[in-house]
Structures are given as structure tokens and as C-alpha cells.
Design a protein around this ligand. Structure first.
Ligand code: 9MR
Length: 374
């Protein structure tokens, strides 16, 4: 299928979702309704544990036009024991997206952190067979339902000593860096309609380490595209931090650089950490809202940015307040990274994001993305 034809199908698929969105747009309250005004989508990553409970359930009904499975589609969660796959939770997320009339992002087919533990000591041959089988099973099972697959996640390590800027991991060791493009070829062969994304973090702010990561990712993508790898989208996770510098000019230039490679851009895991931000809750919320606004205005000012997905819905279930890896605030308070507080009430960040979506300076331009390299 030609890229143009695939784009038409993607667009048609989007139009169905849009019809649901338009019906809701009358009340003007939904974030996805606001995003549709400039041809974009807005949504959230969810997991079954909390997404079927209030207040998350109602917030999704009101605001979600895209759904990503926070954990349910990860390989380790599907196949924890060799040869035994359980798709119950992944299916629930896919069905929930459908019930909401939302597009579905598949996350993620290959990632060092989601490789099942039983494979960590596998030979390269055994690993290659297992990774291929997993990718093919997932893309076949959800074929026709996925808007975009995160094919490969987080292989950049701008700080590593090796010149390639790529991360050393179980994936680089057992699959091989030189074979990353094959993951996209396998995904395209199995699902010709889904857009295929490379997804990574730490490239949105204006810090030297972000600059190194941007340089490394552009170099990697350029090489892939030269060898005709079917990568359509750069997924920018956008786990932002209010204590880090931000430059709209620099981020916009990075968007230009990605677009010059023919790539679309999706913001895939947006949230704002405030672990080091001092002051009262309302001071912290004001600083967070200001960064949300600057970031969102930059995204809404660029034609290649197609969608914005938040990582979690409320501060209550946000990953930054959960799990061992969560960096804690010195005052012991939870962070306030999402648009809704612990009770699901909108915060200053909600108003900032809603305003940005409504006043988008530039519409998403389908024509000028995904066309050069296929
Ligand atoms: O939010 C996710 C958390 O619940 C999981 O424990 C963790 C490991 O699977 O993954 C988190 O999500 C990550 C995402 O898959 C990739 N980008 C970074 C996200 C936050 O760590």
C-alpha cells in the first residue's frame, strides 16, 4: 500500500473518531474537543486498575481522544512465563479506547525494560525468535485497531561513552543495534495501517544532556531513513521537569529537524515533575502551569505535532507518586505532575493546556509528514 493510501485510511479512521468528538464539542468542555479544532487529538495513558474507577472514568469520558496502555501491552506483562501469554488487560485497554471513541496507541513492542525476565540469559538466536514472535503476535492481535505503534522505546543514551549515543542494554546485546530497523520492517509487514513510532524521553528541555540526546536521536533516525526504514513518527515522551530550562525556540527547531526527515511528531507521555520546586501548593501549581503553557504553545505552533498524550490522568495514580523509582520531594509531599489533583479536580495546569489547545496557532498538517521516505 502506498503511503498516500495509508494516510487516507488513517484519516478515515480519524474521521470516525472525530464524529464522536464533534458531538461532544458542543459543550466545549473536553480537552480532546479542543484539540480537534486544530486537527489534533488529546488523550491519556491508562491501566485497568484505576481507569474503571471514579474520578478517572468520568475524566476519560470527557477528555480522551487517544488512549495508550500504560503497562498492559508491555511484553513482560503479556508473557511473564515462557510460552504463556495473557492478553486480558491489554484487551481491556483496547476495548476501553473503542468504547470512548478514542484512537489507540500501542506501547511498546520492543523495550529493554519490558523484556521478560526469563529471556535475560537467552542466546541471541533464542531472543531474536522470541522478540519476533512477540512483535508479530501483538501487531496481528490488534491489527486494524491501532493508530500508532511504539515499535521501539528508549534506545538513546546521549551520555554513554560509545560514539553512537545508543544505550547498552539487553536489547542492544541480544537483538543488536544494527537490527533496530528490522523491528519496524516486521511491524510494517504485519500491520500496514498503523503508524510506526520510535519513542524516547529527555529531548524536550534546554539542558546540555537533552542536546546530546537530540543529536544522537537525529543521527540514528537519519541512518534508518537512509536505509528506508518504515518509521513514520517520533514519539517525544515529554516527562518534563519544572526545575529544568525550557526554550520554545530550541524545541521548535528540533521539531523542524524531525520534520525535515519526513517524520510526524506525537507527544506521548506528557507530565511535569516538581520534586525540587519550593513554595506552597499554589506556587508549585503556578510554576508547573507556566511550563505546561510554554510547552503546549510550542507544540500547537508546529504543523508536524499530531497528538498530545498525558502519562496518567490524575496525580493520585501518576507513576511519579508510585513505585520505587519515584523521586520524592524533600518535604515528603506527593508531586503534582498531571492536570488533575488527587480528587480529580482540574488544576492551573488544566486551564493552561485547555487554553493552548483552543488557541492553537498552527493546525496539524497531515500532508507534510510521513511522505518523504516511503
Ligand atoms: O508508568 C509506568 C510504570 O507504571 C511502570 O512500572 C514502568 C515500567 O514498566 O513504566 C512506566 O512507564 C514508562 C513508559 O512505559 C516508557 N517511558 C517512561 C515511563 C515512565 O517510567
Amino acid at each position: 500500500m502506498t503511503m498516500q493510501r495509508r494516510e487516507v485510511l488513517n484519516w478515515a479512521c480519524g474521521a470516525c473518531v472525530g464524529a464522536v468528538g464533534l458531538a461532544r464539542a458542543q459543550d466545549g468542555l473536553g480537552l480532546n474537543d479542543a484539540a480537534l479544532g486544530s486537527g489534533r487529538r488529546f488523550g491519556f495513558a491508562i491501566d485497568p486498575g484505576y481507569a474503571n474507577k471514579e474520578p478517572v472514568k468520568s475524566l476519560l469520558r470527557q477528555h480522551a481522544g487517544v488512549i495508550t496502555a500504560e503497562n498492559a501491552m508491555k511484553w513482560r506483562n503479556i508473557e511473564n512465563v515462557a510460552g504463556v501469554s495473557d492478553y486480558t488487560r491489554a484487551d481491556w485497554v483496547a476495548d476501553t479506547a473503542e468504547r470512548l471513541g478514542a484512537a489507540l496507541r500501542g506501547h511498546t513492542l520492543a523495550w529493554h525494560q519490558s523484556t521478560p525476565a526469563y529471556l535475560s540469559t537467552a542466546t541471541r538466536e533464542v531472543f531474536a525468535v522470541a522478540q519476533t514472535a512477540h512483535l508479530q503476535a501483538m501487531t496481528a492481535r490488534y491489527r486494524g485497531r491501532i493508530h500508532t505503534w511504539d515499535v521501539l522505546n528508549e534506545v538513546i543514551d546521549g551520555d554513554q561513552k560509545n560514539k553512537s549515543g545508543l544505550r547498552e542494554s539487553v536489547l542492544s546485546e541480544l537483538w543488536g543495534e544494527d537490527r533496530y530497523p528490522e523491528l519496524f520492517e516486521l511491524a510494517r509487514a504485519s500491520d500496514t495501517r498503523a503508524k510506526l513510532a520510535y519513542n524516547d524521553y529527555g529531548m524536550e528541555q534546554n539542558e546540555p544532556w537533552c542536546e546530546r540526546r537530540r543529536t544522537a536521536v537525529l543521527r540514528m533516525l537519519e541512518q534508518w531513513i537512509k536505509r528506508k526504514t518504515p518509521v513514520d513518527v517520533m514519539g517525544l515522551q515529554a516527562h518534563l521537569d519544572v526545575s529544568r530550562k525550557f526554550s520554545a525556540t530550541r524545541l521548535s527547531r528540533f521539531f523542524d529537524e524531525l520534520r525535515a526527515l519526513g517524520l510526524g511528531i506525537q507527544i506521548t507521555e506528557l507530565d511535569v515533575r516538581d520534586a525540587l520546586q519550593p513554595g506552597t501548593v499554589s506556587d508549585r501549581d503556578a510554576a508547573t502551569a507556566a511550563l505546561y503553557k510554554d510547552f503546549m504553545d510550542t507544540c500547537m505552533g508546529h504543523a508536524a505535532v499530531e497528538m498530545i498524550v498525558m502519562w496518567n490522568v490524575t496525580d493520585e495514580e501518576s507513576w511519579v507518586n508510585r513505585g520505587v523509582q519515584a523521586p520524592r520531594r524533600p518535604d515528603g509531599q506527593p508531586m503534582r505532575p498531571t492536570l488533575f489533583d488527587m480528587q480529580g479536580q482540574p488544576k492551573a495546569a488544566f486551564a493552561a493546556v485547555a487554553g493552548s489547545l483552543r488557541q492553537a496557532a498552527v493546525p496539524f498538517d497531515l500532508k507534510n509528514t510521513n511522505t518523504k521516505h516511503v
